[in-house]
Design a protein around this ligand. Structure first.
Ligand code: UD1
Ligand code: MG
Length: 516
């Protein structure tokens, strides 16, 4: 649809934000998934502006780099010296070709501004063919803000900064939100007439209103329904309070779409996250970035998900995931760590004290306990025994392990990559698997157990252990223990298991100890 008016958005983001006491420019501080600047730009996005100019100054390089990422179409314009908001807008307009239309100016530090509100401001302004319209709000505490001074008929007379205001003006609780719509031509003309005759010696954008009014031009006030949207951010205490307000807004919106939040106060959901109906988010949970939670999934308590996709009906309990995918009906945790490119297919399980990185775990496969899976592909319906390590790193390079489908690997295995365990294969508990295990084979890679009879009585005589052993064995002659120990002592290599099929009968213990 063609715009009736050419629209230019100007975001003021050159200020230092001294009170943040930060090396990071104020507008780059994050707030539930976007920077302050990102929030402002996304509030302005539905205006479908023909051009967007961001005035940068303090930390200009950092702000430019951020803009290139989040709003590559926006034009950064440098205001080398911060000589006031009027000066900033003048510089911004110098950088865009002359033209008619509407100029929307937004302070860079009002992250709670809603698109609907800035949209309503601009529509009201354009419909009234005003020269300038300011977004105002009635606030409980106007300290530090510019006041809206109205005449006897209730029309805007001027905007006065607190430090330039008299006592009567200071008592006004209707404030300038720092968000405006202007007719481009009349704004340009008025900007040329700004003085620095004020307490800060700056060119105030707000003086444009008094100037236009004196020239008989129509200026208007658009009052925001909810003053919270106009709250600025000047220090980290305010930032924290904005974060709580935004959290409540985001949480309420999700609950209204059919998501259960069991404890909204401890649930922090970035504005960029998507949740499906009947998802249940339990307490102390942070959902960040591009995270998506499917219908009916259960997430929490005590979960952090960053850029993670959780499928329908899956559950993630007391765990941390970054850049992972959890399939439908899959189960994660408690105490799991999913790292980038950990991909669990449908109904897979990653259990307790398990870390997974850059690995696919096939449908229905389980990694239940105390295991590291790195750079691996695990087929379907396989079970990885407890306390296993996918040994992926040779000190220089990473290598992959492939486990087939319906495999059963024993507890306490090392898979020294690159290595492959075939479909339907088993491995014995305690094995260090360095060679491929063919489909259906039992891989055994461990020394066979030998018992040195009587060792404790002989070598630890007089200890409670030795006494207990003696009691258990009844009255034994010391000669028995001695003789047995000698045979045991020489039995080493000849009795070590070499993985012969028949010795594996004993290693059916592998299956026993492979936990499910
Ligand atoms: C401004 C308004 C005040 C309003 C308040 C709302 C003026 C003179 N006053 O005051 O009426 O109630 O916002 O929050 O405009 N900036 C630049 N270049 C500059 C100066 C500022 O880019 O030379 C940017 C800042 O980075 C900031 C915005 O403009 O994003 C507002 O500047 P700030 O110094 O915070 O103005 P306030 O004193 O808060
Ligand atoms: Mg301010």
């Amino acid at each position: 649809m063609p715009q009736p008016h050419l629209r230019t958005v100007v975001v003021l983001a050159a200020g230092e934000g001294k009170r943040m006491k930060s090396t990071l420019p104020k507008v780059l501080h994050p707030l539930l998934g976007r920077t302050l600047l990102g929030h402002v730009l996304s509030a302005a996005a539905p205006l479908a502006a023909d051009r967007t100019v961001v005035v940068v100054g303090h930390g200009a390089d950092q702000v430019r780099a951020h803009l290139a990422e989040i709003a590559p179409d926006a034009t950064p314009v440098l205001q080398a010296e911060q000589l006031g908001t009027g000066h900033a807008v003048r510089i911004a307009l110098n950088a865009v070709p002359d033209g008619a239309g509407t100029v929307v100016v937004i302070n860079g530090d009002v992250p709670l501004l809603r698109p609907e509100t800035v949209g309503a401001l601009v529509t009201a302004h354009e419909e009234a063919a005003a020269a300038a319209t300011v977004l105002a709000a009635e606030v409980p505490d106007p300290t530090g803000l510019g006041r809206i001074v109205r005449d006897a008929d209730g029309r805007l007379e001027q905007i006065v900064e607190e430090r330039d205001a008299d006592a009567a003006q200071r008592a006004i609780r209707e404030i300038n939100a720092g968000i405006y719509a202007f007719d481009a031509a009349r704004l340009r003309a008025a900007l040329g007439k700004l003085s620095t005759d004020n307490d800060q010696g700056e060119e105030y954008l707000t003086d444009v209103f008094g100037l236009l009014r004196s020239a008989g031009e129509p200026v208007a006030v658009h009052v925001a329904v909810d003053h919270v949207e106009t709250l600025g951010c000047n220090d980290r205490v305010e930032l924290a309070s904005l974060r709580r307000l935004l959290r409540d807004r985001v949480n309420e919106a999700w609950m209204r779409t059919g998501v259960s939040l069991l404890d909204p106060v401890t649930t922090w959901i970035d504005v960029t996250v998507a949740l499906d109906r009947d998802a249940v988010i339990d307490q102390n949970t942070q959902l960040r970035g591009a995270t998506v939670v499917g219908a009916g999934a259960l997430v929490g308590p005590d979960v952090t998900l960053v850029d993670t996709i959780v499928g329908e009906g899956a559950s993630v309990v007391r765990s941390h995931a970054v850049g992972a995918e959890v399939g439908a009906g899959a189960s994660v945790g408690p105490y799991a760590y999913l790292r980038p490119a950990a991909r669990l297919a449908d109904k897979a399980k990653v259990g307790t004290f398990v870390e997974v990185k850059n690995s696919e775990i096939g449908a229905g496969s389980k990694v239940p306990h105390l295991t590291y899976v790195g750079d691996a592909t695990i087929g379907e319906q396989s079970n990885i025994g407890a306390a296993s390590v996918f040994v992926n790193y040779d000190g220089v390079n990473k290598h992959r392990t492939v486990i087939g489908s319906h495999a059963r690997t024993g507890a306490d295995n090392m898979f020294v990559a690159p290595v492959e365990v075939g479909d339907g294969a088993y491995t014995a508990a305690g094995s260090v698997i360095v060679d491929d295990v063919p489909p259906g084979a039992m891989g055994v890679a461990r020394a066979r157990q030998r018992n040195i009879e009587g060792w404790v009585v002989l070598r630890r005589a007089g200890t409670p252990a030795a006494e207990a052993a003696q009691r258990a064995r009844g009255a034994q002659r010391s000669g028995d223990a001695k003789g047995a120990s000698e045979t045991g002592g020489t039995a080493s290599d000849s009795e070590a298991m070499h993985g012969r099929a028949e010795t594996v009968g004993g290693a059916s213990g592998a299956g026993d100890t492979a936990t499910e």
